[in-house]
Design a binder for this molecule. Sequence first.
Ligand SMILES: Nc1nc2c(ncn2[C@@H]2O[C@H](COP(=O)(O)OP(=O)(O)O)[C@@H](O)[C@H]2O)c(=O)[nH]1
Ligand SMILES: [Mg+2]
Length: 452
Amino acid sequence: MEEGTIAALSTPLGRGGIAVIRISGDLAQTITKEIIEGVPEKIIDRKAVHSFITESGKRIEECVYTFFRSPNSYTGEDIVEISIHSNPHLSEAVLNLVFGRGAREALPGEFTYRAFKNNKIDLIQAESVNELINANSKYYAEMKFGNLEGKLSIFLEDLKKELVNLAVKVESIIEFQEDQSLEEIEFTPELESSIKGISRIISGYRFNEVLDKGLKVIIVGKANVGKSSLFNSLLLEERSITSSIPGTTRDFIREKIFIEGYPVELMDVAGINSGSVDDIEKLGISRSLDLVKDSDAVIFLLDGSIDLDDNDRSIYDLIKEKEQIIFINKSDNLKDGVIESVSEEFNSSKVFQLSVLNNTGMEKVYEFIASIINEIGEDKAEISVNLRQKNLLMEISDSLINVKRMIKAGKTDIELTAEEVRTCVTNIGRLLGEVTNEDILGKIFSNFCVGK
Ligand SMILES: Nc1nc2c(ncn2[C@@H]2O[C@H](COP(=O)(O)OP(=O)(O)O)[C@@H](O)[C@H]2O)c(=O)[nH]1
Ligand SMILES: [Mg+2]
């Protein structure tokens, strides 16, 4: 990303109460003076001021502007934020005034990139800004806010200090001692607890994913068992087409619902019928199988008004290894002997009766989903990580365990130990963004929206 003064609309383009236009860079002050009425020679810092935007001497809009003098701003540069009424035409008009005076449009994430480059925040915090904005649940947003506040960064900074101390000791043995042995070196309790801390963070990763993307729950069963009815009932709206003609749901439908505040991605798919019909439905069926593989949990529906058949059996074979629950639906119209044969053939501890039509037995569905989330949540960590962070943490943990082993062994290749400690410190630097490569930065910041 280049230099220069940048500007962008920091709020979504649309109609609403307020739109905020943000300008960052050396020209922020002069541009403000040129386009806003009555701005004093020396703009007052950090004070919201009411005024008017002018174009060719004519007032075109009312505004409130706030100036943040460098270095005490988000980017570390001079920033001005101008609030106007949110209307796409007005926002564009004001931005054009700004661009006409030497600022250029900010690239995605460029404000945050500058904050990072100017050491206002580290790379983990920069990532957290975007993760917070894109969070799909309150829980996930809270986790990411924790990292924005520095939870993960502080943990890593502390670990780095410990490792640097250790490195100094190891290096001094290499430099000054006859006996090149690690026997006098201690793998400190702080380092010991860091290994545990990292392990907790890594095990909590799956729960984070659930908090962000939702637990993937798929409803399966042969055609006409009531999958779409259940899906709709969980969604509390008529989203999926239900019909008494088998095979109506040709593709899959995915919707986000919340159970106990946790996001759940619910899928209603084509019936998996083995002796199946036309090509479109076959396509749907093979997609269903992929979706089953990719899901976290399966709800398997049976039709209690008819006898168990080979379709049910072959579907059970496909899902029996997954986390699953079995419901005998249409319990309002139960056929004699069905419950017995289902309990006999399938995992009987997980068979329940359901009538989507009469809304009975539904609580068991919620209970099942919640119990899986809670189980995953047992590994919940105080600190959350994304994939990049998790992968680096795994490397750091491996190095730490190696260093520990070498120190405990005492007589070992001390140069190798020193190198392992250095690798560990470098990887912490990578995590924090002290050691960077442009590709990684590009990848991280290009995911941002413009204006952040
Ligand atoms: N009697 C009864 N009928 C149901 C129940 N749940 C669904 N149905 C009916 O079964 C038929 C097929 O339902 P649908 O949800 O489209 O099944 P899908 O093919 O598995 O998606 C529809 O006519 C529903 O009204 C239930 O609990 N009891
Ligand atoms: Mg259906």
